[in-house]
Design a protein around this ligand. Structure first.
Ligand code: SF4
Length: 359
């Protein structure tokens, strides 16, 4: 590990290079998407960068991706952006972090080995961005009305990492501005990226909570290629907090690994030393232990054949999952140890923070 300018160690050892903004190599547009202002915005963006594009009939059917092997196709798909119109305006639920998922995009350019998108996106791992933001937000408004005066929370990162795409789409900014005016609506998203500057001056009205996904150094080093460095995420968290956004941290997936107590203790200490003391009056934490299904295990083995991710079923407890198959979580005793240790560390370092859940 290398020390950085403010003394925080970077687990990947790359101290100075800024993680670049995602630049797709291949772009497809649905012709209809070009009729929307956001479609035009994305078109201008990619033309400025000199990236060529193709037309496609449907953002759900890209069949001519280059690559000779499945692995090659997967890697190219992760650098492919498909710009389309979101047809389904019925939102999925998003427990426990929110009531509904806000569909701004699907797919992610990151390469986290454990990412559940590996399985949920199946054979379509390319990144899809939706241009009909007005229609999507109008649907959100309808959901808010149905539940008012209860607050309705929308999670914008259920199927993507929208901050990683923000320089291209600007959709988070639209959603933040929309939600600022909703007395009964709240937005939240979680990210492993740091490209946050365009959001800092928005009149967000405190209605958007930005959470940063963090982990022990060993986990970031081994399992999160293609994302912003820890230090960059923490800097972005400080910026968001100083811009008045409610912020939080998602520690996920919590992985039982050799030296996990030191690893997670160091993580909390690093968060504490990096955050300005007055930065987060209502800081939240969400804690999610690692889990996998047999389908995920098979997909991960193909896409990241050298992964060190421990998916030994014999060491896990079987639990019935919402995707209609068993998931493998840590046995109760291990899960309790993880929960007790992490909540203890968080309470000590951030006595005013709220731990929203451990799952
Ligand atoms: S950044 Fe998030 S959405 Fe993207 S690959 Fe990693 S875990 Fe998945």
């Amino acid at each position: 590990m290398q020390a950085t300018k403010n003394g925080i160690k970077d687990p990947r050892g790359a101290a100075s290079r800024e993680t670049p903004v995602f630049l797709p190599e291949l772009i497809y547009f649905e012709p209809e998407a070009l009729e929307y202002p956001k479609g035009q915005r994305i078109l201008r963006y990619i033309q400025d960068k000199g990236i060529e594009y193709r037309l496609t009939t449907s953002h759900n059917r890209i069949t001519d991706l280059p690559g000779n092997t499945e692995l090659e196709k997967y890697k190219i798909a992760k650098r492919t952006l498909v710009v389309g119109v979101r047809k389904t305006l019925r939102f999925d639920t998003s427990k426990p972090s929110a009531e509904y998922a806000l569909p701004l995009a699907t797919g992610c350019m990151g390469h986290c080995h454990y990412c559940y998108l590996q399985t949920t996106l199946g054979a379509r791992p390319y990144v899809r961005a939706y241009v009909n933001i007005e229609e999507i937000l109008a649907a959100a408004e309808q959901y808010i009305r149905e539940r008012a005066p209860e607050i309705t929370r929308f999670e914008a990162a259920c199927t993507s990492d929208p901050l990683g795409l923000e320089p291209i789409t600007g959709s988070l900014a639209d959603a933040i501005l929309f939600m600022a005016k909703q007395p009964y609506g709240r937005l939240r998203f979680v990210t492993k990226y740091h490209h946050i500057d365009s959001l800092l001056d928005l009149p967000h009205n405190g209605h958007t909570r930005i959470r940063f996904s963090v982990n022990a150094a060993e986990i970031i080093r081994n399992f999160e290629p293609g994302t912003s460095r820890f230090e960059e995420r923490i800097e972005a968290a400080g910026k968001a907090a100083r811009a008045g956004y409610p912020i939080g941290f998602l520690i996920a997936p919590i992985i039982w690994h050799e030296g996990w107590e030191e690893g997670y203790a160091e993580l909390i200490a690093r968060l504490k030393s990096a955050l300005p003391p007055d930065a987060a009056p209502d800081l939240t934490f969400e804690l999610i232990q690692h889990r996998f299904t047999r389908t995920a295990k098979a997909v991960i083995a193909k896409r990241y054949p050298n992964t060190k991710l421990d998916m030994d079923e014999s060491k896990r407890k079987k639990k019935w999952g919402r995707w209609g198959q068993h998931k493998f979580v840590y046995p109760d005793e291990q899960a309790e140890k993880l929960e007790t240790f992490l909540t203890g560390q968080i309470r000590q370092a951030f006595p005013h923070a709220k731990i929203e859940y451990f799952t």
